[in-house]
Design a protein around this ligand. Sequence first.
Ligand SMILES: Cc1cc2nc3c(=O)[nH]c(=O)nc-3n(C[C@H](O)[C@H](O)[C@H](O)COP(=O)(O)OP(=O)(O)OC[C@H]3O[C@@H](n4cnc5c(N)ncnc54)[C@H](O)[C@@H]3O)c2cc1C
Ligand code: FES
Length: 1303
Amino acid sequence: YDFSSWSAGLVCRAGERMVLERSQRIGLGLTGTKLGCAEGGCGACTVMLSKYQPHLSKVLHHSVNGCLAPLCSLHHCAVTTVEGIGSVAGKLHPVQERIAKSHGSQCGFCTPGIVMSLYALLRNNPTPRMADIEEAFQGKFGVKLVGLQHLGCKTNHKFSKPRTFWKIILQPYQLVSSCTSVLPAPLYNPADFLPLDPTQEIIFPPELMVDTLTHQHTRGGERVLWLQPASLDQLLELKTQYPNAKMVVGNTEVGIEMKFKNLLYPVILAPGYIPELNTIQHTDEGIVFGASCSLTLLGDVLKAAVGKLPLYQTEVFNAVLEQLRWFAGLQIRNVAAIGGNIMTASPISDLNPVFMAAGCKLTLMSKGGERVVVMDEKFFPGYRKTILTPEEVLLCVLIPYTKKGQHFAAYKQSPRREDDISIVTSGMSVTFAEGSTVVKHLALSYGGMAATTVMAKNTASRLLGKQWGEELLQDACSSLAEEMTLHPSAPGGMVTYRRTLTLSLFYKFYLTVQQKLAKGVRDDYISATEIYHQTSPSSVQIFQAVPDGQKEEDVVGRPMMHLSALKQATGEAVYCDDIPLYENELYLCLITSTKAHATIQSIDTAEAESMPGVVTCVFAKDIPGSNMTGPIVYDETVLADDTVTCVGHIIGAVVADTQAHAQRAAKAVRITYQELQPVIITIQDAITHQSFFQPVRTIQRGDLDQGFTQADHILEGEMHMGGQEHFYLETNVTVAVPKGEDGEMELFVSTQSATKTQALGVPASRVVIRVKRMGGGFGGKESRSTTLSTVVAVAAQKPVRCMLDRDEDMLVTGGRHPFYGRYKVGFMKSGKVVALEVTYYSNAGNSMDLSLSRALFHMENSYSIANIRGRGYVCKTHLPSNTAFRGFGGPQGMLIAESWMSDVALSLGLPAEQVRRLNMYIQGERTPYSQILDHITLDRCWDQCLEISSFTQRRAGIETYNRDHRWTKRGLSVVPTKFGISFTAAFLNQAGALAHIYTDGSVLLTHGGTEMGQGLNTKMVQVASRTLGIPSSKIHITETSTNTVPNTSPTAASASSDLNGAAVHNACEILLHRLEPYKTKNPKGCWEDWVNAAYFDRVNLSANGFYKTPDLGYDFETNTGRPFNYFSYGVACSEVEIDCLTGSHKNIHTSIVIDVGNSLNPALDIGQVEGGFMQGVGLYTLEELKYSPEGYLFTRGPGMYKIPAFGDIPTDLTVSLLRDAPNDKAIFSSKAIGEPPLFLAASVFFAIKDAIIAARKESGLSGPFRLDSPATPERIRNACEDRFTKLCPPAEPGTFTPWAVVV
Ligand SMILES: Cc1cc2nc3c(=O)[nH]c(=O)nc-3n(C[C@H](O)[C@H](O)[C@H](O)COP(=O)(O)OP(=O)(O)OC[C@H]3O[C@@H](n4cnc5c(N)ncnc54)[C@H](O)[C@@H]3O)c2cc1C
Ligand code: FES
């Protein structure tokens, strides 16, 4: 608790960036808290910080990011980690128990963070409102990894009452009506939950209840001196002594600079405890906040003032509150200071535009005295500069009351609404001459439009003395379009969009003021002024009950909890980096290329090798065997030899005693390059240079010429679809342990491909790969994990560990392939498509990896097209190699299919759903690759989806809504999917299993699949339990390892339950067969009796199981054979609302009906459907990888790369597993579930397109138009053409070098 005694030692050992999360792990061995990003963006590291507040005489508890909280700053604080609140062996905390039992944990890597966010909330507020809970989770990535298991109830086709996961989590605190009382068998039974035991809560240590710091604290690290003054005088004295010292309060900016921008601040001043910097004063002018006041406190005080003061006085306060709603996440706001935001001087600060437009006053102080300045355009003289002298500090900020006749508003536009940095942010203030609407004073301040926060001075002065009316609006817009310009190459890109936003936001302000003045704003225009309000989410899950009479202990088909869920919720589940340090263990850090295409001229390691703790450097020459590698074709190097072919190409590695030392030394390795031409980054570059991997694949059926001749209409189109980062929360990690004999080595790896990891150039029999669990994989750890594990193994003369930082992982590992598709489609007047020619280009990066032609198998999605030809080019570019990712080309192929489908409907003026339904496959039809579709359930999924989404009523409601709203529009779409199940490489469709029965009757099971959160181990235990006829509690799975089941296929292609389930079944059947005589002999005996009898009879109680999928194999040349074992089907319907002025959208509703056969475990399957769907929402609407024209990746962490957060989940979400759809081709009639649901998120994309169509209609536009994926706010806004977009035309392509290119 009191860190003063040992923090200095830790700082020395682990370097100047010693933050709480690292200290827990390294110093205390507390590994429950996880590291997902190290930049405050994911919440995995959340812990609770408790601090006594003398002025309130109470202890306040806050959730904070352990990855940013400097250890030195925690004096007088109590820290509670997930380990502190409960354990599986001891007593679970109700939050832990509920999150696990209500299926809220999948891979579990972020679960401790989610648990602690909620725990901290409940410690402060035992009866929170829904809004408080949503706030606690703002911006966190529960969606992808927790799996968003809203509570639902199993019904026999009755809907459960919508209720949410959060309510159940809160049950000890708020009473909710019991699910079980309404319906017979819920996804879990709330009655099982333990009641809250208040004595379990940790008590704040009384010795920490101290008033304030009594003396200055000093801590010296290897390179940093940390000074914590106890008084203002001491601070000013120190600032005179060390004028260049960095002040640190919340460390949410400085921490990022030190970690990611490689900046070093040798002296740090921490003024967090100085009373004058923490006081709040109410004055006649406004409220004065000490510069160290946290943003949470700022919000609390302003909220209280808004509640008390007259409305006209609090317009600025309300604007600040509105900005704070979307400012970072709660963990950041709990520590980040108001002064920190101002002094960072970021051009995209959210508060500075408000403070500038409001004319806030800042008190600056040095030893020489104090001065008060108004925060105006002179305050920021340059990029990240302020007018403070080096000796000065910011003491406090006065936020003024607004006056009568003054109107104020603030706006923020970011890629994602929650917890995201701004694209453009703004504060606007107008004051009218008394009794009139003539402008007396106008202040328009913008962030995101220059290197500093700027004021539109010209526009403001031009509008002075004018009436607030249409003429002023026109003047304002044309003036802003002239004044708020950006160079087309401006950093941050999105130039046209940013310029349009300055006008659009002003228009919102204009109408808002008009409305306040009661100046008769048209009813349908009011939509431009509405402030976003979150509606509390609700969800329903529907699945089929197990048949009457199924034995209680037969768990197949029941919603059994993920077997590791409890351990994941308590932080006890062991991930790779949680393995305790080995003695003499070393750490490895990669050295990567900074050039996209170059030869390496020289590598100088002298400086790096002289640095503290460095042991060795490893390069290509140190690899004992072949340096060539690749999952299928050996076309890439483990470590670059003389040529690099992408930024991020791994050149070598530094091995040192600690992570900090290895990372620091890696940055000191000097490499010189000779750059080479061409540099091919984009698909268009590859087309220009004809840079393709071979072969170019084609699938063709029917007679295309005849099809086009027969067609009433022909249209052509194109579409680009961006790639996607896997963003598994646990980055790639390997611990390599040499055994010291015969080249034996044990590798603990976070990989989906244990067998591939053995390829180290030594016999596979000497290398054991062990995988206990992964914190997510999504395909990203299928082939790309092997490069890191090989490098670590090569360096491992002693145990060596490497867990990539998020930015390193994003840089080196590649992701989903970006795609570009061109199509020509022939169709009849009815909408029936009769001919399709489509060409796909995928950006594979610098190696072939697994860039196969899966998209071609999805070119028709779910539609029957008689005459069809698809061709797939795999582009070779100078980007890191792209790789497998959930759906693997399918989501790209199908999105492009839906694009031409949408074009056909638009060009005929027919409802898209009508055209889709008309073209949908029916039973017995053939795919373009000649596979007959039997047992097709598409039509049932479609009809049920329309029914449960109330499609017809919804469509009617949307039409009315769109008539009544000019500036917001709603859209609706229903989209089907058909997904073939099997590896397309036939040999991979095999699996093994090993089952041991011990004499006490317990069973140890192993299989070839890996557990990455999807619940594979749970399903395998369910399969073994039913087969052996014993309770699941007798069966245990420890890990996946290559010495138990060899030659495993990767856990991929959605096929792992099918393949490994059948292998497990086979192993168990063999054992059962061996036990049969003893059962027959002793029918009244129990399992243990039979096992013992067999043992004493010397029967082998260990068996291998094996399975291979029959009748598989497809030949591209002849277009014959079966590529897939069977197909999964599903349909989704989504409704969205877009803001036509900003391009934001909200996901209002989604209904999904999906065929999973007879579900092995409905809770896990629904988790996969919801998680996959939300990952698709990220793919199609949010996630954007930004590369410079030179191939440098800008988006290397959650700060710039946004995946869906809790707030992106459709407010109203229904998932229904199709009933009565047994599948005779997989274990116990089940179906695969991993990949198929992802594409259903395309329904959101096309709902957005539908809303854009409505917006374009207002401007007289109709017919097909191109909308690329993802449908980001930028793309949505640009597509909603109107009077404002016309004022900001894009620069002519080719006349400038853009900041980022579409790859
Ligand atoms: C995940 C994440 C999300 C974020 N989201 C947003 C967002 O939505 N909007 C936004 O605007 N910003 C955002 N930020 C940026 C940052 O959180 C804010 O700027 C924050 O207010 C900084 O406060 P701090 O106390 O943590 O600053 P620190 O990092 O402690 O310090 C920042 C700077 O302020 C200086 N400083 C601090 N106090 C004083 C003082 N009294 N006198 C002189 N100099 C001083 C420091 O020397 C330093 O240069 C985000 C940051 C992160 C990590
Ligand atoms: S690891 Fe701290 S927020 Fe991601």
